[in-house]
Design a protein around this ligand. Structure first.
Ligand code: BEZ
Length: 341
């Protein structure tokens, strides 16, 4: 009997003809930890936060977020917000390689650069969207400046410092693999890497041939030296804003929000993420329900009942909402929304 094979389909729904991306303007500001570059799309909207993104290691704002922010259905959302896309130092297009011995900022220092950006732009609050290292940086920023963060979308976050077992594994891998292979192993699951789809080939090519690979290695080292975010269930150190936690289905563990999960859902599942983001914003009062797609409206009904069954996580659910987020405790019940893509 012929075997059924699971085929991974990458959603593609680019901008419609005639739909053009809004003009972008790139700026750099000096901070106590060096200069940082960011790109602003759209214009500030009265009484609305900016959407501020932070990318993962090995990527920059474009290679991390372009497929999501240029996804067709995303346009009705983002046209209502100004977007600020931060490039970690040395990751911006055309960045020169840092001189030997340059002290790259720690993730905590990268988070401490964000107030300089917001002050420069005169923006008072944000909704943060971060992936991997970027999700960690935005969480640290939100812990330090809770009044300025209205919401957080955290994709594949690992809030913990590397334990000694992780370090041992990392050192062993470092003996046989190049930095670019290690970073690819951080971004994607082993299954995705061995399947070697067009997407993987594209990102492998981007990373291995990056002219700023030395800079990327510095960001990678800062990521590996991160300290615990120290979230405590019911403890003092909690995120005060609504949080949408996203875990790629290619993540190696069920509790992948804790693990160094693979998979980049913002690249492979922009449609699912857009829908979840719309629902998240609606929960914050920023999207009229009339803007929701038929699909998300029907999902909302099942989501409401799912939320009442004690926040139990289930792989079969696309969206779930609970007061206990597993590893990232939040404030009031219903503050955290979990999405597996
Ligand atoms: C945006 O519209 O925010 C956007 C466009 C291109 C790349 C990344 C973001």
């Amino acid at each position: 009997m012929a075997e059924l094979q699971e085929v991974q389909i990458t959603e593609e729904k680019p901008l419609l003809p005639g739909q053009t991306p809004e003009a972008a303007k790139t700026h750099s500001v000096e901070t106590p930890y060096g200069s940082v570059t960011f790109t602003v799309y759209g214009t500030p909207k009265p009484k609305r936060p900016a959407i501020l993104t932070y990318h993962d290691v090995g990527l920059n704002y474009k290679s991390c977020f372009q497929p999501l922010f240029q996804f067709g259905d995303m346009q009705e959302i983002i046209q209502n917000f100004v977007r600020v896309h931060v490039d970690a130092p040395g990751m911006e297009e055309g960045a020169p390689v840092f001189p030997l011995g340059y002290q790259y900022p720690s993730l905590d220092q990268l988070a401490d650069m964000i107030p300089c950006i917001l002050q420069y732009l005169n923006f008072s609050t944000v909704i943060g969207v971060g992936v991997g290292a970027g999700a960690y940086i935005l969480s640290r920023y939100a812990l330090n400046h809770p009044d300025t963060v209205e919401g957080l979308v955290l994709i594949n976050i690992d809030p913990n410092a590397k334990g000694w077992m992780d370090w041992a594994a990392h050192k062993l891998t470092g003996l046989t693999s190049s930095v670019s292979e290690m970073i690819l192993g951080h971004l994607f699951s082993q299954e995705e890497l061995s399947r070697n789809s067009e997407l993987i080939q594209k990102y492998r090519n981007i990373i291995t041939h990056a002219p700023n690979l030395e800079n990327i290695e510095l960001y990678w080292n800062s990521y590996n030296n991160r300290r615990d975010l120290n979230f405590e269930r019911g403890g003092d150190i909690t995120l005060k804003c609504p949080v949408m936690l996203v875990v790629g289905d290619q993540a190696p563990h069920e509790d992948a929000v804790m693990a160094d999960s693979g998979g980049q859902p913002q690249l492979t599942q922009p449609g699912k993420l857009t829908e979840a983001f719309k629902y998240f914003l609606q929960g914050m009062g920023y999207m009229a329900s009339s803007c929701m797609t038929r699909l998300s409206r029907s999902r909302t009904a099942s989501l409401t009942s799912a939320a009442s069954i004690d926040g139990n996580r289930s792989r079969s659910r696309t969206l779930s909402q609970s007061s206990e987020s597993g590893t990232l405790p939040s404030g009031p019940p219903g503050h955290t929304m979990e999405v597996s893509c």
